[in-house]
Design a protein around this ligand. Structure first.
Ligand code: IFM
Length: 429
């Protein structure tokens, strides 16, 4: 294992999302999904980390972990609990959270849609209904008018492909439907939502003369799809198709506005460059089998507690591929692992940051790394039982305890890399 350095202007921190940490939200699609009994361990997102009340303490942790940046989301159902009615108190509370980050020298990156939205939107057909494009634009306008003086960097939508596939094909997330046709309809509407939001954020910040360079992008869930058997041409073909349908068609449509088959055709909102950075959420690779069009993990390789293969090289492959296609700075907007015993998280971080350092040396402009995630939280369908945190959380008492991997990451953030001493201290067998 070698020591390595990241560029001196490289920025590091962690990422979270509102539903997963805030607690107290009862007006969203996800809260309803929880109380309808869909969560594996029976928990709901109403408790989560009580971050809404404990944000100052949590930001204190970020500071101790030497964060320079932090990715968070604002919750649409809190801010617009009833259609067209905006809650000033909620937006002021978000201002307090963001001001606290800034006071601690941590730059915020704000996500506007991270899987959850208000129940009134559910009644209107949510992302199946094209009206969502106007509703989202109105919501984004309100947020940026109210936060735009503090926040110059935004993610419009988190992991649109995961949202589409888990909610509309596998039925594992709300609204629990199973139709490939609906997935494509949702992809199309999310593409239009993103483009309008991209334009709105730039316009509002410019008109309001807010300081700082506006930067907007999508956090795309990217994974490597490889054929289960390299000798089987049908597995190879299936892997290509899966890659195209799960990510390629959507990433490209959202980037330039030209809808790719089978999402749609033409460019309903015109063409352009609708990203200021390439946001990549990277976790794993999938083995694709043509029979049954199935995805599994390569069993011979290490896996995390959820059975996701740990494949750091995949991060480099995807960064190179999308840099070539989109030619913009790359921000790793999520990367992390589920490791209850904290047995391999430090090594996971080392391996992925090492890939990033090699990319930087090759001239690929990876500029940021947001670790998923700061603390154990409400992990969607898995509930409170899938710990991805640098900090361990006891949900009953809300006690936070720093994991050893958290200390390792704190030193990596401080050093902008990994030193020989760190390898000796944290990674030697
Ligand atoms: O917890 C999620 C996050 O909300 C989106 N990306 C993947 C993470 C781990 O599953």
């Amino acid at each position: 294992m070698k020591a390595f350095k990241l560029p001196s202007d490289f920025l590091m921190g962690s990422a979270t999302s509102a539903t997963q940490i805030e607690g107290g939200m009862s007006q969203s699609n996800w809260y309803k999904w929880c109380v309808d009994g869909h969560i594996k361990d029976g928990s709901t997102c109403i408790r989560a980390n009580d971050h809404w009340n404990r944000y100052a303490q949590d930001i204190g942790w970020m500071k101790k972990l030497n964060h320079q940046v932090y990715r968070m989301s604002v919750d649409w159902s809190r801010i617009e609990p009833r259609k067209g009615e905006f809650d000033q108190e909620a937006i002021f509370h978000y201002r307090d959270i963001i001001q606290e980050l800034i006071n601690n020298g941590i730059r915020p990156l704000v996500t506007l849609h991270h899987f959850s939205h208000p129940l009134w939107l559910v009644e209107e057909g949510e992302f199946e209904n094209e009206k969502v494009v106007d509703y989202f634009e109105r919501f984004v306008t309100f947020v940026v008018e109210n936060l735009g003086d503090l926040v110059s960097e935004y993610i419009t939508i988190n992991e649109p492909s995961v949202f589409g596939v888990l909610g509309y094909l596998f039925g594992e997330c709300p609204p629990g439907k199973k139709s490939i046709k609906l997935v494509m309809q949702v992809y199309k509407n999310m593409t239009l939502c993103h483009i309008k939001a991209y334009q709105t954020i730039h316009r509002v910040r410019k008109q309001s003369l807010f300081n700082g360079e506006t930067k907007v992008g999508v956090a795309h869930a990217l994974r490597v799809f490889d054929p289960l058997s390299l000798k089987n041409p049908f597995d190879k073909l299936a892997a290509k198709i899966m890659d195209y349908l799960f990510q390629e068609a959507l990433v490209m449509s959202m980037s330039d506005g030209k809808l790719r088959f089978p999402i749609g055709k033409g460019a309903p909102l015109g063409t352009g460059k609708f990203y200021d950075f390439i946001g990549i959420n990277y976790y794993t690779r999938s083995a694709v089998q043509c029979i049954g069009f199935r995805i599994t993990a390569f069993k011979q390789n290490p896996q995390n507690d959820l059975g996701w293969e740990i494949y750091p090289e995949g991060l480099s492959q995807l960064c190179k591929r999308y840099y070539k296609k989109l030619n913009a700075p790359i921000w790793i907007t999520e990367n992390g692992t589920c490791d209850k015993k904290d047995a391999f998280r430090s090594r996971f971080i080392y391996d992925h940051l090492h890939e990033v350092s090699k990319l930087c040396k090759e001239g690929i402009p990876v500029q940021r790394y947001y670790h998923w995630t700061l603390m154990d939280n409400f992990e969607w369908a898995e509930g409170e039982s899938a710990p991805f945190g640098l900090i361990k959380v006891d949900f009953e008492t809300q006690q936070r305890i720093l994991r050893r991997s958290g200390s390792f990451y704190a030193e990596a953030c401080r050093e902008k890399g990994v030193t020989r001493e760190m390898i000796h201290k944290y990674l030697s067998p």
